[in-house]
Design a protein around this ligand. Structure first.
Ligand SMILES: Nc1ncnc2c1ncn2[C@@H]1O[C@H](COP(=O)(O)OP(=O)(O)OP(=O)(O)O)[C@@H](O)[C@H]1O
Length: 689
């Protein structure tokens, strides 16, 4: 369903989703970001409608005013709507956090008035589509037009409000599909960025983000909590692995062969790892040998440990000293990933594997108080897990020095190098102090690696980097049973409810194309008495984390998500993925369905294929399905045949996945279709809040 269709449908019914305006939520204490923004923004008129709309369906609790009030309202809504994601604990945390913030202002670090909280979110300016959008958005940065709220008005008609104006050009009809997270612009007072790069504009205008994420549990059981590998874990051994590049060290077959130090080995055992996955067997010795690496392996097959373990082993071997309080920290390792939730997850893995060592991992990401990020860093930082925008902010504020960097990891590397994040990554490697690629080890991991992105990656990697391909590059995980149903846009909701009722309480992620639609579908499911929460880029970080928590805990077994949740998230027991809307790119499809069927467990993915809008995907879908030995519906083959475009490679219609290292020359094609960096006209507004 297109956005227009949806708005036409939802708007007349809005009042029925919108509970009575609860005024007290807008009159909170202590400089809450909404209060500030509301006072000056013409977006105010639309906000209550939208927020209530969101809240009416499922736990929302935007960071408005009095947090306790917000929480109690949320509970009220929750019970009214049949129990969606109340998240009591968040209320409590929010309260204590806000007190912490108060204390903080007189603490050792004081935020300057022009701190640019979450500016990365505001300035998600680099369009993945490049061209006009990039120019438009950069232009808006220069004119300070980006410092609106992250909360768009529902109708998006634009009334002079900065964010709406921005949406009008940047996202209203389709920011780049699938660009999920914060990008772009460091802008602290000491930013090394030039004015033209958008480093300074509007810093003083944006509302501050005050959210401080609750600290993760510290007890050992929680740190090492893990889920069981599935019945197909041993089948990983049958997947073909290809290593290309010169002088690759041999693979190892066991953890013992890696010769890791005792503490690391103990942590691996406590994490429940007894056997290496293929990507680990090949990547660990390569990284231990000091080589640069581009590794591509199916979703859920243990890529995170594949880079964390050898990095930690090196650090231990090199006698990394416990980092201590310093205003400028110089970490040995930076790990970047495209979404906040993913960097947080990587951080938790790093914390787990470094448990009992003197290596300190820190995580920073947008949507949280910048001061909080800085406080985490100055206490000591050996491994920094970060989203790009927040990272550049912190570097700009001279809290992080890059001189000691020995490892630079790009997780979801194809996303990190595409038009969305690529410019930011280039800036990172050319930051003052950043060791050249010859002096550092650069590691890239993903389940998909489009050919053109591989070429871009060469700029980051030493020329003798190794390329590991586990199975087919860009292939779907075979443990996911894929079904494609032909469903027209107006039948989708009915079909969704039918499927969810059959599924019962099993955990299910429902992917939709736009943030608005995520709200709408979540609300709709709530009304159908299906416990649902949602995650997308218009939700406050507090809400996003609460939604994920409610989904993880099973409190809300259905999570409606945009592409922000497509990559990397490792959630136990997700048995189903439903593509209510198909993404525009086949690699996005592969990542989305990879939220189930992880680590040898089986899962199911059902996709609604609407011939009105999804025909461009028919051909690559057929390929992905048949490569993963799935049934291909005859009707899909027919569509694929009728829309067949010979010679995709090199055509303007987009490139394809390389089945091999592109350095081998012209790669063979394994999947026709659009890669993420060359998507067709997108409809998703995910990236442009
Ligand atoms: N050797 C192993 N033994 C048991 N469990 C493992 C092993 N390696 C990884 N895991 C677990 O498998 C799950 C998936 O791992 P991870 O998230 O690193 O996958 P991934 O390949 O990065 O997936 P994605 O492509 O979706 O990002 C995690 O819960 C992780 O702890």
């Amino acid at each position: 369903m297109g956005d227009e269709d949806w708005e036409a449908e939802i708007n007349p019914h809005m009042s029925s989703y919108v509970p009575i305006f609860e005024k007290d939520r807008y009159s909170g204490e202590n400089g809450d970001n909404f209060n500030r923004a509301a006072a000056s923004s013409s977006e105010m008129d639309d906000r209550p409608r939208r927020d209530h709309f969101v809240k009416s369906g499922f736990a929302s609790g935007r960071n408005f005013g009095n947090r306790d009030a917000g929480e109690s309202n949320k509970r009220g809504n929750t019970s009214a709507m049949g129990g969606f994601g109340a998240g009591k604990s968040f209320g409590n945390r929010g309260f204590s956090n806000s007190r912490f913030e108060d204390g903080d202002s007189s603490g050792f670090w004081r935020e300057s008035s022009n701190d640019c909280e979450d500016n990365q979110t505001r300035n998600r300016g680099f369009s993945k589509r490049g061209g006009n959008e990039l120019d438009q958005d950069e232009c808006m940065q220069r004119t300070g037009g980006l410092f609106g709220s992250r909360r768009p008005a529902l109708s998006g008609t634009g009334n002079g409000d900065t964010s709406q104006s921005r949406r009008g050009s940047g996202s209203g009809r389709g920011g780049y599909k699938g660009l999920n997270e914060e990008v772009i612009t460091g802008s602290g007072k000491n930013s090394w960025k030039s004015e033209a790069e958008g480093g300074e504009s509007g810093d003083t205008q944006g509302p501050k983000v005050t959210y401080i994420p609750p600290p993760p549990p510290e007890d050992e059981d929680s740190i090492f909590a893990h889920y069981q590998t599935g019945i197909n874990f041993d089948k990983y051994d049958t997947i073909l692995v290809e290593v290309s590049g010169h002088d690759a060290p041999p693979a190892i077959l066991t953890f013992e062969e890696a010769n890791l130090c005792q503490t690391l080995s103990n942590n691996i055992a406590k994490a429940g790892y007894t056997k290496l996955t293929p990507v680990q067997k090949y990547s660990i010795p390569i990284i231990l040998a000091g080589r640069d690496l581009m590794a591509c392996a199916q979703t859920g097959s243990g890529k995170t440990a594949a880079f964390l373990l050898p990095i930690l082993a090196h650090m231990m071997r090199d006698g990394v000293t416990a980092s201590r309080f310093k205003e400028l920290q110089e970490p040995e390792c930076i790990i970047v990933a495209p979404t906040r939730e993913l960097v947080n997850q990587i951080y938790l893995e790093a914390r787990k594997f470094s448990f009992g060592t003197c290596v300190r991992a820190v995580v920073i990401y947008g949507g949280t108080q910048l001061g909080h990020s800085i406080r985490q860093i100055v206490q000591g930082c050996n491994i920094l897990c970060a989203t790009p925008g927040r990272l550049m902010d912190i570097i700009g504020k001279e809290k992080i020095g890059l001189k000691q960097i020995k490892y630079l990891v790009l997780d979801e590397a194809d996303r990190m190098l595409d038009m969305g994040f690529g410019p930011e990554m280039k800036k990172l490697i050319s930051c003052p102090g950043m060791p050249s690629k010859e002096q550092r080890q650069t590691l890239m991991f993903s389940a998909t690696f489009p050919e053109e992105i591989q070429r871009l990656a060469a700029e980051f990697l030493k020329s003798n980097y190794l390329f590991v391909a586990v199975g087919q590059v860009g292939g779907a995980c075979r443990d996911v049973q894929q079904t494609v149903l032909q469903v027209g846009q107006f039948s989708k909701r009915e079909k969704l409810v039918e499927i969810l009722r059959n599924i019962g309480d099993e955990r299910t992620m429902v992917f939709v194309e736009t943030k608005k639609k995520a709200d709408f579908i979540a609300t709709f499911l709530c009304q159908e008495k299906i416990s649902t929460t949602s995650i997308h880029g218009d939700r406050e970080q507090r809400e996003r984390e609460q939604a994920l928590g409610d989904f993880r805990s099973g409190k809300c077994p259905v999570l409606v998500a945009t592409s922000v949740a497509a990559r990397g998230l490792d959630i136990e027991n997700v048995q189903h993925v439903i593509n209510f809307d198909l993404p525009s790119t086949i690699d996005e499809y592969v990542h989305r369905i990879g939220r189930t069927g992880r680590c040898g467990n089986t899962g199911r993915a059902i996709s609604f294929f609407d011939p009105e809008s999804d025909n461009h995907l028919a051909q690559p879908l057929v390929k992905v399905l048949s490569d993963a030995q799935q049934d291909v519906p005859a009707w899909l083959e027919e569509i694929a045949f009728s829309t067949y475009i010979p010679g995709f490679s090199g055509s303007t219609r987009g490139s394809v996945f390389a089945s091999v290292d592109t350095r081998k020359g012209k790669s063979t094609l394994n999947t026709a279709g659009f890669s993420s960096s060359q998507a067709p006209n997108p409809v998703d507004d995910e990236s442009w809040d």
